[in-house]
Design a protein around this ligand. Sequence first.
Ligand SMILES: [Zn+2]
Length: 449
Amino acid sequence: MNEIFYDFTGNPFVDAGIWAISQWVGKKPEKLDKDDFRSIINDVTFLYLSPKWSKNMYQIFPNNPITNNAVKDKKNRYSQILNELIEEMTPLGNNGNCISCGRRDVLERSAKDRVPLTGSKKLINYFSFGTDGADYCPACTFAIQFAPLIMYSCVKMLLIHSNSRKVMKKWSKKAKNNIDKQLSSKNYTGCLNEGFKNPKNALFHIIQDMILSYDERWYLEKPSINFYHFTNFNQGPNLDIYNVPTSVFRFLAYIPPDNFENWLKVVRRGYRFVNWEKVKEEDEYKNNPNTVYDNLLENKSIIRFFINRKNREAIGGWDLISYYLEEVRNMDEKRINVIKDVGDRLVDHIETMDDMKTLNRLEMAANYRSFRNVLRIIIKKRISNGIEDPLFTFDDYVDYLFPEGNLTWRETQDLILFRIYEKLQPWIIQQGNQSELETQESEEAQEEE
Ligand SMILES: [Zn+2]
């Protein structure tokens, strides 16, 4: 008998439920059968009825037997509903009118007590299109009942959905590990909750944690990942959807574990409204808005966060930033290499000429014209010093350094400075911090007195 009940549907609630069941019984989704479904009802209903889980359930399934105060025998009532769905469910067929799987027929329309963010039968006042529910087959309705097991609590609920089996598998595994801890300690704390209130920060934390915790060949994946931040509260259901660009996932997956600390340094520079002098632990800022994360989601550049201009520091090295440029910014590889080479020649120039003034000028240039002018001065100096190798060719200049002139010159400036800071760090420390060192020494001397 080769009956298959579940396959990816593309519906975030149904797929989450399928992976939750799969993780709970330890079988691949396509191997699940009715005995598996029956075997989990007791344990899951028990969990849902614990105070913290049932509090989460108010946001997910209001008015179902778990959350409806009028229902007396909650456990039996809910188990009965689940058992009925098992009886009604059929294996996947070729077609059907279920809006989730499309491969089975609907027997009864489901409302928000069974499917989040759908109608509430007679109470249709706030539900879009005024429909009284949604058309889900018994099998898909059944799966949804287990979706809370892999939801993440972030004031509202956060639901992760991906077309990548690997992502769904690892995520549901993490959620199940958390439940296993709750069960063994008899301390039922509800959906996974790590104190995040800001959904964007939470979703990056989830992805980064997944990449770091599971030693997988993530770079082979090209997942599309969505996060659904929602509440199904009776008083005001609400939904925000965040799409994590595939390129952003691939960039994060590329970062070698031993360079991740540097990436997190870049991220830290993105937090807004933080008084770093006073901060003692991550909890104090982890919910602040973060421009690095915001920009990654909005397809805006984060180049400037790799560069600490004040300390003349290049964070993470050329490997990290060039991978970001290529993967996320879609920058031409040739352009990246030309900028790097020009940066290297400028490094030689500054070092051999002992020329802090040139570095200052490159940093201070505030528009396209003055930046080009600084480069022109350097070219002249190099010629008068008898250096034959040109700073850059005419083609490099037009095609790669400033391909869109005024539009991209700032990016080029940032990247050239990044390369200079990276290569020249010892020299910069020697030069630039001379005066700083002197003040520090005199301060220390004073303290000793
Ligand atoms: Zn279905």
